[in-house]
Design a protein around this ligand. Structure first.
Ligand code: BES
Ligand code: ZN
Ligand code: ZN
Length: 490
């Protein structure tokens, strides 16, 4: 899609559609009369079709209450607009951005509006249709953003493209079914994607896992036809920065193992690699931006299948930090493989560790489906939460309740991977992980089991994998580098 910006003088733009943005408070929108209140509501898209020849179509996009407008609302509106235009097969649009920004009186700068609109449009236009015979139409070829003459947007738009590409890379991997994307093909895709980038890729498998006693991965993968792996990606453009480890749960399919999951349709169990996808998407954004960072990404990947070789409930797993775990339930496999990766992050000397995982159904009971939970080092959780408010990958701070430690009790090992009650299950899972984080590292755990997918199509989310976390973790790495440089200058 070719994007241009600047004042519209009239005749030079060959668009078939003009897009108008309006909020509930807007009395007059660029000469459009007959705007009904329903057209201004959040999520509304209304067509005024042209009569042909030189009469263009107009699309009115509702943004809801004016005092709630921010980048996220604009991304959402852009996503809705992108699909409305594609559905009609129109190919060239003009977006009346400047008048909208002016009416907003200081809520968003024009640059913020441009970035948010384009990001929302492109993310909203994404669709996973690789396995459909009838593909979605080609979409819009040209977009003109009507805005101030002097707005220099080339670098801004490149930055947006990197965010979109990293997020869609995350979505694509996550959406893939398990017959195509399994631990071995994930490794291949990662090697392929990062080969041209300044990222060192190292894969630990078989004996290399055994030597390091990555017994969680080895136990979980016992019933699988695919070899498990720990994927290690290193991006080090500034070794003077503290080392940040991004740790992702990469269960390519969670059948539950011998505690086999049941249900009418278990297709969503392929999303159990959402944490891994978030980390890989973030690394993609970061490496393509060339930003200063000192990062290692660790992906623990396996699938969790029942089989005569599979590990069974009551098995014990021993970890190299001396802890033993009773596997009360093979479906609580995420914490078992994350433990390996967290210990590995410790061995690498990580100063800050962020793990991200589709860990528990329970986090959704607590927070619903639009905001993930964050545990651990409070200033870091708050930093992530602030970035998520702006960027759209939202996080709510959750408690590490020492009182619930007793729920990790095992009758014959140091801990059990399943608590005796389901209450507070997401908190107990975080307490389990805490035992594998060294004293010297600052640590955050993100449970994104509730945000990994969008159940329906809306805003900039098509139904399916959301790509949650890719933009957030990339923003976090950038923010931590900035913060460190600020402190050094003091
Ligand atoms: N991958 C699941 C968690 C999950 C559930 C993700 C629903 C997305 C949607 C995880 O491995 C799991 O099965 N967790 C169990 C833990 C329980 C057995 C302690 C759960 O949440 O029920
Ligand atoms: Zn499970
Ligand atoms: Zn799982």
């Amino acid at each position: 899609m070719k994007i241009t910006t600047g004042k519209i003088h009239g005749t030079e733009i060959q668009a078939d559609t003009d897009i108008y943005l309006c909020t509930e408070g807007d009395a007059q929108v660029e000469g459009l009369s007959n705007l009904r209140p329903s057209m201004k509501r959040r999520g509304a898209v209304t067509w005024f079709y042209g009569r042909g020849e030189d009469d263009r179509h107009a699309l009115v996009v509702g943004l809801g209450p004016g005092d709630k407008i921010d980048g996220e609302r604009l991304r959402e509106a852009a996503g809705n607009a992108a699909r409305a235009v594609r559905k009609e097969g129109f190919t060239a649009v003009t977006v009346m951005l400047e008048p909208f920004v002016l009416r907003q009186a200081g809520r968003l700068t024009e640059r913020q509006a441009v970035a948010a609109w384009v990001e929302g449009w492109k993310l909203g236009a994404y669709s996973f249709d690789k396995y459909r015979t009838g593909k979605a139409g080609p979409g819009v070829k040209a977009m003109h953003l009507a805005c101030g003459e002097s707005t220099e947007v080339e670098t801004l738009l490149n930055e947006v493209d990197r965010r979109v590409e990293g997020t869609c890379f995350a979505r694509e991997l996550c959406n893939e079914p398990p017959n195509v994307l399994h631990p071995e093909s994930l490794v291949e895709r990662v090697e392929e994607r990062f080969a041209p980038l300044p990222v060192e890729v190292r894969i630990y498998r078989d004996e290399e896992l055994a030597e390091r006693q990555m017994n969680g991965l080895l136990a979980v993968a016992q019933g699988s036809r695919y070899r498990p792996a720990l994927i290690e990606l290193t991006y080090r453009t500034d070794p003077s920065l503290p080392l940040i480890a991004l740790v992702g749960k990469g269960i390519t399919y969670d059948m539950g193992g011998m505690n086999v999951k049941t249900g009418r349709d278990l297709s969503d169990a392929r999303f159990d690699m959402g944490g891994a996808c978030a980390v890989l998407g973030a690394m993609d954004i970061i490496a393509n931006s060339g930003m200063k960072a000192n990062l290692v990404a660790l992906i623990a990947t396996a699938d969790n299948m029942p089989d005569s070789n599979a590990f069974v409930p009551s098995t014990t797993v021993s970890y190299p930090n001396g802890l033993t775990v009773q596997v009360g339930n093979t479906d609580a496999e995420g914490r078992l493989v994350l433990a390996d990766a967290l210990l590995h992050a410790g061995r690498l000397g990580a100063d800050e560790i962020v793990d991200i995982a589709t860990l528990t159904g329970n986090v959704g009971e607590a927070l619903g489906l639009k905001i993930a939970g964050g545990w651990g080092d409070r200033p870091l959780v708050d930093a992530l939460s602030a970035l998520g408010e702006t960027g759209g990958d939202r996080i709510w701070p959750m408690p590490l309740m020492d009182d619930y430690e007793e729920l990790l009790h095992s009758d014959y090992a140091d801990m059990n991977n399943i608590p005796p009650v389901s209450y507070g299950g997401a908190i107990v899972a975080a307490l389990f992980l805490r035992r594998f984080v060294g004293e010297s590292a600052r640590w955050v755990h993100i449970d994104m089991a509730n945000t990994v997918q969008s159940k329906g199509t809306g805003g900039y989310y098509p139904a399916g994998a959301s790509g949650y976390g890719a933009r957030l973790l990339a923003d976090f790495a950038a923010e931590r580098a900035r913060e460190h440089l600020r402190e050094k200058q003091k």
